[in-house]
Design a protein around this ligand. Structure first.
Ligand SMILES: Cc1cc2nc3c(=O)[nH]c(=O)nc-3n(C[C@H](O)[C@H](O)[C@H](O)COP(=O)(O)OP(=O)(O)OC[C@H]3O[C@@H](n4cnc5c(N)ncnc54)[C@H](O)[C@@H]3O)c2cc1C
Length: 404
């Protein structure tokens, strides 16, 4: 049994510092520009690919840290640089997580490299679950996948919404209903590579924050794909559906399986924004003088910063715990993944708001980044399960009851 330690090992520190340098040199200087442009920052993604940060090798290495910390350390630093650009760099990971959670080993080998491409030919992926009428209630997806036995093809129809990298991804991982009567247990995931007919981008959304990350609808109109693009394969799906029809717990809800595994990573990004705002406003509070003294010399300001620091550290402990549990195969018995995302997301919103307050008018204008960080932070209480849904998961797991 390994001794308890809060010390990061050399490998983890190297990764953290390397990503931090990238954030300082390649992300921070252009964060404002890409927020204003509201476009995918391809030059930064390409730079990340050249540096090896946007690559299958790095993601695989970071995701297989025995203690689970390398990935969350990297994500905190990326979002510290800028959350919108950070999400453009790591948005692919959601699609990859969908393939990892539901694909066979052969499918993982085939598709995951295609999600990243190479440093010379960068590719990105998207994970498409949400629909106009199915957000928090993932079990009510209307997108249908119908099997055509004659051609051994699946035919997909429906509209996905709010999809990160939607319509511009080279690989879309789509969750669709194969048996609507079974609701969440009658769903399956499919891979749709670029060039497939019948998949297109719908409207692109103009957002409040993370504006350097592309978010759009994905429309599936008689989109035909070979049978082997069903993740997990037909035999496993048929078996799972048969069990679900018999009323036995199938134990698999394809979308939920993916989200559970990615929550600490989402929490880590929120943490990065919160830390950026805390550091910036701490420096400002020491510099800014009113009534002949630095504003931090007033308890009203100093206590805000004390609370901000405490909430950030508490969030990090929850993120690290969840990441460590996931890496060491410990089940989230009390919603530990949800706790990490919920706490870090709400902390980011509160801390960035307090940072604006500490800076007064200077915090409210675009020449300083804190207003952007506040706008960016808000998504972390909404996507990958809203704060209310995280509380439901925690409440149900601690009570064992069907809390509504
Ligand atoms: C920028 C952005 C990027 C996104 N990226 C992706 C992506 O890549 N892939 C993807 O599939 N989705 C993505 N999403 C979708 C996101 O996951 C959903 O927006 C989210 O799950 C909430 O769904 P909804 O917006 O339909 O809200 P709703 O589910 O309609 O919720 C509205 C409100 O009601 C509350 N509520 C709902 N049900 C309950 C309940 N049972 N108890 C208590 N309160 C409840 C919610 O908490 C919320 O406050 C993205 C969204 C955004 C905005």
């Amino acid at each position: 049994m390994a001794e308890f330690s809060m010390d990061l090992n050399e490998d983890q520190i190297t990764v953290r510092d390397w990503v931090h340098e990238f954030a300082v040199n390649q992300i921070r200087p252009v964060a404002h520009e890409w927020d204003e442009r509201e476009e995918t920052p391809w030059p930064v993604i390409e730079e990340a690919a050249r540096a090896g940060l946007y690559s299958l090798d790095f993601m695989a290495d970071a995701s297989t840290d025995p203690q689970g910390l390398k990935l969350v350390l990297a994500l905190e630093e990326l979002a510290w640089g800028d959350a919108g650009i950070g999400l453009s760099i790591v948005g692919t990971m959601l699609g990859v997580a969908g393939i990892m959670a539901n694909g066979t080993p052969e499918q993982q080998m085939e598709w995951i490299p295609q999600c990243f491409g190479t440093a010379d030919d960068v590719k990105i992926a998207a994970f498409c679950v949400s629909e106009p009428d199915a957000g928090s209630d993932v079990s009510s997806l209307k997108t249908r996948a119908v099997y055509d036995e004659a051609t051994d093809e699946w035919v997909l129809n429906g509209t996905k919404t709010w999809i990160t990298n939607g319509g511009i991804a080279n690989v879309h991982v789509v969750v669709a209903s194969v048996d609507p009567e079974l609701r969440g247990r009658g769903q399956a995931s499919f891979v749709i590579p670029e060039g497939t007919k019948g998949i297109s981008q719908g409207q692109k959304f103009k957002k409040m924050g993370i504006r350097a990350s592309h978010t759009a609808e994905v429309v599936l109109d008689d989109c035909r794909i070979p049978g082997r693009f069903l993740l997990g394969g037909k035999a496993r799906l048929d078996e799972r559906l048969a069990r679900a029809r018999e009323g036995a717990r199938s134990g698999e809800q394809v979308a939920m399986k993916t989200f559970e595994s990615t929550r600490p990573s989402v929490g880590a990004q929120a943490l990065g924004i919160a830390r950026a705002a805390y550091e910036f406003s701490l420096d400002y509070a020491k510099e800014r003088k009113q009534f002949g003294r630095a504003i931090i010399e007033n308890q009203a300001i100093a206590f805000k910063l004390a609370d901000m620091k405490m909430a950030i550290d508490a969030s990090r402990l929850l993120v690290w715990r969840a990441a460590w549990m996931a890496a060491t195969g410990k089940p989230f018995e009390h919603g530990e993944g949800s706790m990490s995302k919920l706490m870090a997301g709400e902390t980011a919103v509160r801390v960035t708001e307090e940072a604006i307050q500490i800076m007064g008018g200077y915090g409210y204008v675009r020449e300083n980044p804190v207003e952007r960080w506040h706008r960016d932070s808000k998504i972390y209480t909404i996507f990958e399960g809203t704060s209310e849904i995280q509380r439901l998961i925690i409440a149900r797991s601690i009570s064992g009851m069907r809390i509504q």
